[in-house]
Design a protein around this ligand. Structure first.
Ligand SMILES: [Zn+2]
Length: 617
């Protein structure tokens, strides 16, 4: 299939295919992340957001779970074996995801009160576990005889989120109560399902990647094997809703075996979790057919089905995909969880290949599609992230289906995971976020430090210090959006090579001052011509940030605003606006347009918004 970019960023294409692959490493996983527990973020852009996460986002989730909805009551009722189940059948998962968010938060910000809250929750969860290891409050309270009957009832999905929370909480505190609950649930599932036992196709993926985490934590190969078995169950006609309706194989990624996949289809978040599970299993099982499938899928997602914001899934109807190049703006779905899923999946793709094009997408989804999911105050959330609004779309404090708020609660505190990677020959610098990171690499103590005002400014100062030489080259990502940059070591310009979108510094020593200076002009972006909704339109992007127009800044003739070939741009530093932004003023032929970063929209009075703006040649 010929490759087109839905978003024809020439620079992105250049880095993707212009360089020879000079790496001789095997095609499977070669890069390990440096996990965020070592990464202390001190950053003008992200630190205030992390502060809001602890002061607002987590308290909102806790209040909703304990007081405003029946989520915690469901566990209490299930433990007693009496009472009603309230809410939706997969509501347990929000408790687990918020718990995972708490665990992440505790690692870098110890808080005895918060830890006590988590322990309380874990006691209640453990008490709701059935003698055979089963845990799911919906079926425990509505009819145990009906469990493991309908594959779309998210029993394994909830179990997977419990495992992720359990693993993280164990890492954060060393406490293994929830881990033991998870192990009992995993063993319960493996008694029922597996080779020579019952078939099962989880309607909503998640368990697969979670089982890999359980495997890594317990070193029990059987959990990895079970994850692999579940992936291989797909596409063989085993899916079923029991006596509760028709199973739609495309919606559930159950049309063909996963190793034969070529196109993304169905529900966007399910796809992302599936691909993460496939990537994890492929890395450990050395299954190249999975990787080949994922390469095909990545092209399909990024070149034909991704919004400029890094969001995916255009249709509200199936919370997912329609046909290629169908990217409506007003009706865009772009679930927050799907953008976060893009971050998870693209990191894994980068780890296989050492190719920066995956981090380009990760960064695009993170700074735009995902970050828009939470208000500047940290207490309101988008589920749906359209690229245009008539003024009637607003963040809410919570949702009946609350996957997105709980997703944000666990995603934000983990962003330190995406900054650095290591490999036997290289140290990778993927994202530009002010931080000090202390970590052992191959048994040698190392400290990495970044100072930057990214994403507002393209200068990044980096030092790596270590007592003994690390014996690794530095690979510094040159983002796809960046067309011009200089790189220097101790003030001397480096004219080095780039490989797969990374500037490679082979000669350096501990304490060297490395400075990357990226030009960050305002860029007019056009969509692939086959995206009919964006014909004759342009969007603005500066650095990794996509911009939009809000009515409140552009009160006159909002519908008639247009960019022109002669539009001139002025970038304005506005420290008091929207938590501190750089806005863009576009001037042409008597019209002045005021743009703000997309992530910051809908934080003031209600009004219209658009990313794609009419363009006059
Ligand atoms: Zn969601």
């Amino acid at each position: 299939m010929k490759q087109y970019f839905v978003l024809p960023f020439a620079c992105m294409a250049l880095w993707g295919c212009g360089e020879q692959d000079q790496l001789t490493a095997p095609p499977l996983k070669m890069i390990d992340q440096i996990d965020f527990s070592h990464v202390h973020i001190r950053d003008n852009f992200w630190s205030p957001r992390l502060a809001k996460h602890t002061s607002a986002t987590l308290p909102v989730c806790i209040d909703q779970i304990e007081n405003q909805t029946g989520r915690m009551q469901n566990f209490e009722n299930a433990a007693k074996g009496t009472g009603k189940h309230s809410g939706i059948f997969f509501d347990d998962s929000d408790v687990y995801k918020a718990l995972e968010g708490i665990a992440y938060s505790l690692i870098n910000n110890p808080d005895p009160k918060l830890e006590k809250k988590a322990d309380e929750w874990i006691d209640k969860i453990a008490a709701a576990q059935q003698p055979d290891g089963y845990i799911n409050t919906f079926y425990t309270l509505t009819g145990q005889d009906r469990r493991w009957n309908n594959m779309d009832k998210h029993e394994m999905y909830c179990a997977g989120h419990m495992m992720e929370a359990a693993v993280t909480y164990y890492q954060a505190t060393g406490k293994r109560k929830l881990l033991d609950v998870s192990i009992r649930m995993a063993d319960h599932m493996m008694e029922l399902f597996g080779p020579g036992k019952r078939h099962w196709v989880p309607g909503h993926e998640e368990i697969e990647l979670a089982l890999v985490k359980l495997y890594r934590t317990t070193d029990q190969q059987k959990y990895l094997d079970f994850a692999n078995w579940l992936l291989e169950e797909r596409g063989h006609g085993h899916g079923s809703k029991g006596d509760e309706g028709e199973w739609d194989p495309a919606y559930y990624q159950d049309l063909i075996p996963v190793r034969e996949l070529t196109d993304i289809s169905g529900h966007a978040v399910r796809c992302m979790y599936l691909y993460c599970g496939m990537a994890d299993v492929a890395a450990l099982k050395k299954d190249t057919a999975y990787i080949e499938a994922m390469n095909r899928l990545w092209d399909d997602v990024v070149l034909r089905n991704m919004y400029v914001t890094g969001g995916i899934g255009s249709s509200r109807h199936n919370e997912g995909f329609t046909e290629d190049y169908d990217l409506p703006n007003l009706d865009a779905y772009c679930e927050t969880c799907a953008s976060v899923g893009m971050v998870y999946w693209n990191q894994r793709m980068n780890q296989f290949t050492g190719d920066s094009k995956y981090v380009d997408v990760l960064e695009r989804s993170m700074y735009n599609g995902a970050l828009a999911g939470v208000s500047l105050d940290g207490d309101r959330f988008f589920y749906v992230n359209p690229l245009e609004s008539n003024g009637d779309h607003h963040r809410q404090a919570w949702y009946g289906c609350a996957c997105c708020p709980s997703q944000i609660s666990r995603f934000l505190p983990s962003i330190g995971n995406y900054i650095y990677g290591t490999w036997d020959k290289a140290l990778w610098i993927n994202l530009f976020i002010g931080n000090t990171t202390e970590v052992e690499i191959d048994g040698k103590k190392a400290v990495m430090k970044q100072e930057t005002d990214y994403p507002w400014d393209g200068q990044v100062k980096l030092t790596v210090t270590s007592e003994q030489p690390l014996g690794k080259e530095l690979r510094i990502r040159i983002p796809g959006w960046c067309k011009s940059y200089t790189l220097s070591v101790n003030g001397s310009k480096v004219e080095g090579t780039t490989e797969k979108g990374y500037a490679v510094i082979k000669k350096w020593k501990s304490g060297d001052q490395i400075v990357l200076d990226m030009d960050m002009p305002v860029e007019k972006v056009s969509a692939d011509p086959r995206v009919r909704q964006n014909t004759g339109k342009r969007a603005l992007q500066r650095g990794p940030l996509v911009y939009c127009l809000e009515e409140t800044d552009n009160t006159k003739d909002f519908a008639d605003l247009a960019l022109t070939a002669s539009s001139s741009f002025e970038v304005k530093d506005e420290p008091d606006k929207l938590g501190g932004i750089r806005s863009i003023k576009a001037t042409s032929d008597g019209q002045t347009l005021h743009f703000i970063p997309y992530y910051a929209w809908d934080n003031r009075e209600a009004g219209k918004m658009k990313v794609w703006v009419d363009y006059q040649e």
